[in-house]
Design a protein around this ligand. Sequence first.
Ligand code: GLY
Ligand code: MN
Ligand code: MN
Length: 440
Amino acid sequence: MLLQSVGPQFKERRQKLMKSHPTAGFILPSAEEVLRNPDVPFPFRQESNFFYLSGFEEPESCLVLAPEGNSFKTILFVRKRDQEREMWDGERYGIDGALKVFGADEAYLISELDQRLPGILKNCEKVYYRMGLNESQDRRMLSALETWRRSQGRSGTGLAPILDPSSAIGEMRLFKRPEEAQIMRKAGHYSAMAHLEAMKQTRPGMNEFEVEALIDYQFRKQGCQRVGYGSIVAGGRNSTCLHYRSNNEVLKDGDLLLIDAGGELDYYTADITRTFPVGKKFTDAQAKAYDLVLKSQKEAIAMTQPGVRMTDIHRRVCEILIEGCLSLGLLKGNAEEILRSNEYQRFYPHRTSHWLGMDVHDLGLYQLNGEPRRLEAGMVFTIEPGFYVQPTDKDAPAAFRNIGIRIEDDILVTDNGCEVLTKDVPKDREEIERIRAAAY
Ligand code: GLY
Ligand code: MN
Ligand code: MN
């Protein structure tokens, strides 16, 4: 179904970007359609920066922003309308749609991009184009950009630079406007409901992929268009594999199930992890490890407010996990020394947080002027401490081996604290055990 119009937010974003980069050109190609089988592509999802600034969801297109007078112009390069192709693959907007629906000042066929670029960019002092994602596209762009640079060189200003647009657009994407936060709140709630359903319906004997399908169905049923990243549904020892992808083993009573999954709603994703028993109750060792991870996560959330740094949060999580591992007899020695030497990474090898938004590991700088940056209202990030004892860790007591636990929520920084966007899925151990017992 084709849209009649898109919201004003896309134009507002272009205006903001060009106001802070008045002499720059931006070239933002769409995502590329990749074939999975002859004639059959993988599901298409638009490139995030391109969508953020255009709202346009077709492949084989390109957005160009270029200075003009005291302002700038928006140019969309799109596919040709083609009755035959549209009968097979669906309707296209074409040049008319690019102008009328998406508010481009000019629109051309994508086949004219290389030839038109040098002229469009003639007033630019620099150009932002992300190199290295697509070799054949880079070759074509570089040749057009080289023509443009030579013409600039002759004007006496020297060869103009080609820069990566990720930081400029990433800094805008890092701060969520109220309407973006509202979409993320919904994505968080829908994803929480999907996790809760998995917590109720999982039974020993089910396959990990059955639980994956169940979550996926819940995402879609509520309105998410797709998952924000490949779901991790990891039972038993698989829970100790940080980016487990196979999701194809049968779940066993006595094991834990770690689910890391988030639905994507209107191009914003949630990122939730919960860990619960495949049976009704945590074992003693599982319960101890779970309570430790939960304690660190709750404390991390409690300290979140503007001015705090992600590095402070990570450090506090590490301190709590180290204290816990010392008292459980999993580590020996001095807590500070264990922190300094990174010895704790045997059980906690990843960091606590990342930015979240249109991409699960979202754009946005983690440092400013060489210093870890401080949180500000409008930023969204995850808090996801974990504890993992590898099956091969013969130095750990047998009861702890194969335990993988991660608890992950999505956090919006507010003016005086934070809002947990994914609060609707339980994480207290007693509550999880109640849900598991009631479900049987
Ligand atoms: N699901 C990826 C992550 O939690 O970072
Ligand atoms: Mn995450
Ligand atoms: Mn995750």
